[in-house]
Design a protein around this ligand. Sequence first.
Ligand SMILES: CC(C)(COP(=O)(O)OP(=O)(O)OC[C@H]1O[C@@H](n2cnc3c(N)ncnc32)[C@H](O)[C@@H]1OP(=O)(O)O)[C@@H](O)C(=O)NCCC(=O)NCCS
Length: 188
Amino acid sequence: MNEAFSMRLAREDDIQTLEVLIPLSVRTLQAPFYSSEQMEAALGPVFGVDRQLIRDGTYFIVEHAGQVVGCGGWSRRRAVFGGDSARLAEDSTLDQAHDPARIRAFFVNPDWARRGIGRLILSACELAICSAGFREAVLVATLAGEPLYASFGYTVVERYEVPLSGGLTLPVVRMTKCFDRNDPLFEK
Ligand SMILES: CC(C)(COP(=O)(O)OP(=O)(O)OC[C@H]1O[C@@H](n2cnc3c(N)ncnc32)[C@H](O)[C@@H]1OP(=O)(O)O)[C@@H](O)C(=O)NCCC(=O)NCCS
C-alpha cells in the first residue's frame, strides 16, 4: 500500500497546508479521546506547526496524488511537543551521545487514517535518528497516537496532563525507545 504514497521533507511553503491539515486531523482522530474544549485549547500551543523542524530538515510530508495526507518528524532539539508560536528563543540542541532524540508532531488526514502513513513516517524518523547518532528516542503521545508508538516498541514512562488555557488539561503519555546497537538501522 505504501507505494501509493510519496514522502519528502517539508518546506516553508507547506506551512499553509499544514495549518489546515493539523486541526482537521486533531478534530476528527482525537475526538474519541478528548473533548472539543480540550482539542480547541490545545490547537496552537500543543498542536501546531513547529517551523524549527522544517528549517532543520527533520519534518516529513507524505503525499498521495499531489495531496498532503500526513506529516510528522523528529528533532535534535529539546522541545518534546508544541507549535513554535509561543516559543521566545531558539529551541536548544541536544547531545546525541547522551540525550534522546524527539519524535514530533504526527498528523494524518482522517480520510487516510490506518493506511500506514504514520508507520511510514515513524520508520523514516527512526532511520534518521539512528543515522544522526542518537541511541534513544522519546516522545509525548496523545491518547490517539499511543497505539502507533506502542506498535513500534515504545514503552510508557509516564502518564500526565498538559495544562491548557481555561483550567483545562490534556492527558498525554511520555514514551521512550532505546535502539539496539546491532540494529541494522545503525550506520556501521
Ligand atoms: C496517530 C496517527 C498519526 C496514526 O497515523 P496512521 O497513519 O493512522 O497510523 P498507521 O496506519 O501507520 O498505523 C500503524 C499502526 O499503529 C497502530 N494504530 C494506529 N492508529 C490506531 C488506532 N486508532 N487504534 C489502534 N491502533 C492504531 C496499529 O498497530 C497500526 O497498524 P495496523 O493498522 O496494521 O493495525 C493518526 O491517528 C493521527 O494523526 N491522529 C491525530 C493526531 C495525533 O493525535 N497525533 C499524534 C501525536 S503524538
